[in-house]
Write a protein that binds this ligand. Structure first.
Ligand SMILES: CCC/C=C/C=C/C(=O)SCCNC(=O)CCNC(=O)[C@H](O)C(C)(C)COP(=O)(O)OP(=O)(O)OC[C@H]1O[C@@H](n2cnc3c(N)ncnc32)[C@H](O)[C@@H]1OP(=O)(O)O
Length: 319
């Protein structure tokens, strides 16, 4: 953009952002906001089956924390995942989430089979089939909502998978935005092996994520274990790493880059990508138009354009 065009756009944006107000105080305020940004997630959140931390400003690292059970999903873990992502959605100190398997040998062993036995006992105590059905319906809904909470959280979620990612774990990662894994990672859509049709999102999301019905159906009908290179070649994961340390470094580096962008722009982008996944192109365009009617008036837009012109790093206020 030449100097004249830039100054015209600049003064228009200035008026749009706050008619009559000078620009500099906005930026000064944003710098202050960013300087105060890092309330560490470890002090703010207190979950038992999840561990949260803030490795970089605005980047929240969520780790599964059931290493003795290979991060198997018991009722508490299902519930806490949902609570965690619902809260991160509204947390101004969080712009992006990295989800990993923590100190466990595996990313996750899927649903907790002991917990399933407990559910079986609860069912056994209810005599009437309709009432048993209601208990199951409520449980399945809770578990579905847990997985969907990754999608409903408009902060991008990067999953970092190592070793086994089984059943519920595979359902979960298909609701994330970016999937990275180690070369030793392996996956199984295991449900048919325990007598279940997968019911927490993989049958809906997995084919969309990879765009290959034949491959997904083969995996869903057989529960076949597949390795990281197969996952990578079909687009289930977008990057492979040699070991867990490099995996986490890579995931956090990506998260830092996303966290440096306008949170308004990233939020709107995720909202529209998720919406567009099950709407027509025209509906998606209508949706983003409505979002940008507001977002183009945001001071983030002005800050980003000014920074790109002055070749400086923009700083954005908390959401
Ligand atoms: C309404 C329902 C909606 C959701 C449905 C979801 C369905 C699913 O997720 S289906 C998948 C269920 N999961 C499995 O079938 C996996 C079973 N586990 C394994 O295959 C292996 O344990 C695994 C490959 C994960 C790990 O093998 P490794 O040799 O490394 O370790 P192990 O010695 O086998 O296990 C160590 C301890 O972890 C306990 N454990 C493993 N998986 C589970 C599990 N899913 N639930 C509960 N506990 C699990 C295992 O018993 C060992 O415990 P301990 O003997 O006390 O040390």
């Amino acid at each position: 953009m030449n100097k004249l065009a830039f100054s015209t756009v600049f003064s228009t944006l200035k008026t749009m952002a706050r008619p009559g107000a000078p620009v500099a105080p906005h930026i000064a305020r944003n710098l202050c906001a960013a300087a105060n940004a890092s309330t560490d997630a470890s002090t703010k959140y207190n979950f038992k089956t999840l561990k949260l931390s803030t490795p970089s400003p605005f980047v929240v690292h969520v780790e599964f924390n059931r290493p003795d059970r290979m991060n198997a999903f018991n009722r508490q873990l299902w519930t806490e995942i949902k609570d965690c992502f619902d809260q991160l959605h509204n947390d101004p100190d969080c712009r992006v989430v990295v989800l990993s398997g923590g100190s466990s040998k595996h990313f996750t062993a899927g649903i907790d089979l002991f917990d399933m036995m407990k559910l079986g006992q609860e069912m056994g105590a209810i005599e009437e089939v309709g009432r048993r059905g209601r208990l199951l319906e409520g449980t399945i809904k809770l578990y579905q909502d847990c997985i969907s909470s990754l999608e409903h959280c408009y902060k991008p979620v990067i999953v970092a998978v190592h070793s086994a990612c089984i059943g519920a774990g595979l359902n979960l990662i298909t609701a994330a935005d970016v999937r990275y894994c180690t070369r030793d990672a392996w996956f199984s859509l295991k449900e048919v092996d325990i007598g279940l049709a997968a019911d927490v999102g993989a049958l809906q999301r997995f084919p969309r994520v990879v765009g290959n019905q034949s491959w997904v159906r083969e995996l869903a009908f057989t529960a076949r274990k597949f390795a990281s290179d197969e996952a990578h070649s079909h687009g289930l994961v977008s990057r492979l790493f040699d070991n867990r340390e490099e995996l986490l470094q890579g995931a956090i580096k990506l998260a830092e880059e996303i966290a440096s962008k306008s949170p308004i722009a990233v939020h709107g982008t995720k909202k529209n990508i998720v919406y567009s996944a099950d709407h027509t192109v025209q509906e998606g365009l209508d949706h983003i138009r409505a979002i940008n009617m507001l977002n183009l008036q945001s001071e983030d837009f002005l800050n980003a354009i000014m920074a790109s012109q002055s070749k400086e790093t923009p700083v954005f206020a908390k959401l």
